[in-house]
Design a protein around this ligand. Structure first.
Ligand code: CA
Length: 238
């Protein structure tokens, strides 16, 4: 991928400048807009590789912008919001955002999130031509045959653990909210059964993580959800 193009949607000039300067220094290309309708227009006309989207925009709700864009595009969307807006973040993720940054954020955080998002794009397009086998670090899943291996050794997962793992794997790089996972895995509509999800996650981690207390595959987002991380050859992804 040569010089990825980032669409920056942020009405706060100081934050927008910070993001754009960072992108420029890392030789990303970017387009900056300040409201929701320009964001939707920009997503159509300049076909960005990643969108960084502030949730509090002057003309429309950031979540509506996500829903509009998701109706035709799978482009990674990283939302930016203030710490007090956890509920908004969850809603944004459930509407199709990939990830979030909490203001104030560091330049390093921003760049790390961008790398994760860009890696998802790359693997998505590679995967289109691929077989049914998912590979991530030492972890392998054969969706067709229904087995999971780590370091070549088959793991014995319960049906729920397997469904949970497949859901996270199919969304590698993307933060999935508790409610989304509960709905997809259990078909649950009862609100907030996060405690039991946490229990299943703990047993799944014991099986797939080399060191369950320091998970490197499945990342916890406190109060929000979980994410499968793409492993670089041997190291940890940040
Ligand atoms: Ca704003």
């Amino acid at each position: 991928m040569s010089k990825p193009l980032i669409l920056v949607v942020e009405d706060d000039t100081a934050v927008s400048n910070l993001i754009c300067t960072t992108l420029e220094m890392q030789s990303y290309q970017y387009n900056a807009v300040k409201n929701g309708s320009d964001a939707i227009q920009g997503a159509i006309s300049c076909r960005p590789d990643v969108i960084i989207l502030d949730l509090g925009l002057p003309d429309m709700d950031g979540v509506s912008v996500i829903r509009k864009i998701r109706s035709w595009s799978n482009v990674p969307i990283i939302v930016v919001s203030a710490r007090s807006e956890d509920r908004d973040k969850v809603e944004a993720l459930d509407s199709g955002a990939d990830d979030y940054l909490t203001k104030p954020f560091s330049v390093d955080e921003l760049l790390a999130r961008l790398r994760v998002a860009l890696r998802r794009v790359r693997f998505d397009s590679e995967r289109e031509a691929e077989s049914s086998v998912y590979e991530n670090g030492a972890l392998q899943i054969d969706y067709a045959a229904g087995w999971v291996k780590r370091d070549g050794k088959e793991l014995h997962l319960t049906p729920i653990e397997y469904r949970l793992l497949c859901l996270l794997a199919k969304n590698t790089g993307k933060v999935l909210t508790h409610n989304y996972i509960l709905k997809e895995v259990w078909g649950n509509t009862t609100p907030d059964d996060t405690p039991s999800l946490r229990v299943f996650m703990a047993t799944l981690r014991k099986k797939i993580e080399p060191v369950p207390s320091e998970p490197r595959y499945i990342q916890t987002h406190v109060g929000i959800g979980y994410r499968m991380l793409r492993q670089q050859n041997s190291g940890n992804e940040t």
